[in-house]
Design a protein around this ligand. Structure first.
Ligand code: SAM
Length: 170
């Protein structure tokens, strides 16, 4: 099962940090690729993709100007993360059957996203952030197995230590 994360309505400058962290969290927690929509942001794509190459694995981010067409043509189930949706713990078991497109909103989420989605899913019905919502969602989908993922062909790798830092790199 592959998982694509679509970030809606990115704003250059204002959202740089949150959007970057959203894609880094997506990669670290097992998503297959990321898609940026809203403002085009070459520097952000380069930065995330550089990190992904250095640390390994196949995750990459690309840009899609027309998010509607992208969502409509997606082959698999479309999940929109929103605090108005059905609780993740009640519907996650139905979602592990096909490739998933996970839509996370930005400043404003167009109402049609709620209709385009096959599932509107909440991570609690309280407002919080796209990064926390995505992270909990991925953990529920992968049932914790994402914590043991191996990232192949990276130049950098950490050797976990009780104290101190050990980084392997050429
Ligand atoms: N004001 C925006 C709106 O019009 O809905 C929401 C902004 S929120 C900071 C950004 C994104 O975080 C949302 O679009 C949603 O994807 C995610 N999010 C925030 N709280 C959530 C929750 N409780 N459950 C699921 N996703 C959530």
């Amino acid at each position: 099962m592959s998982i694509t994360v679509l970030r809606l309505n990115h704003r250059v400058g204002r959202d740089k940090r949150v959007t970057t962290h959203l894609f880094l969290a997506a990669r670290a927690l097992g998503a297959s690729n990321g898609v940026l929509s809203g403002d085009s942001d070459k520097a952000l794509l380069q930065s995330v993709n550089k990190t992904a190459v250095e640390w390994g694995g196949a995750f990459r981010v690309s840009y899609e100007k027309d998010w509607r067409s992208f969502v409509k043509s997606f082959k698999g189930k479309v999940v929109h993360l929103t605090m108005y949706g059905l609780p993740v713990q009640k519907c996650v078991d139905k979602l592990r059957v096909e490739d998933l497109l996970i839509i996370v909103g930005g400043a404003k989420v167009p109402s049609e996203v709620f209709e385009l989605a096959d599932f509107n899913v909440s991570v609690t019905n309280q407002p919080h952030s796209e990064i926390s919502a995505l992270s909990v969602f991925l953990d529920k989908i992968f049932q914790g197995s994402e914590l043991s993922l191996k990232f192949s062909h990276g130049r950098k790798q950490i050797v976990p230590q009780k104290k101190g830092k050990k980084l392997l790199q050429p």
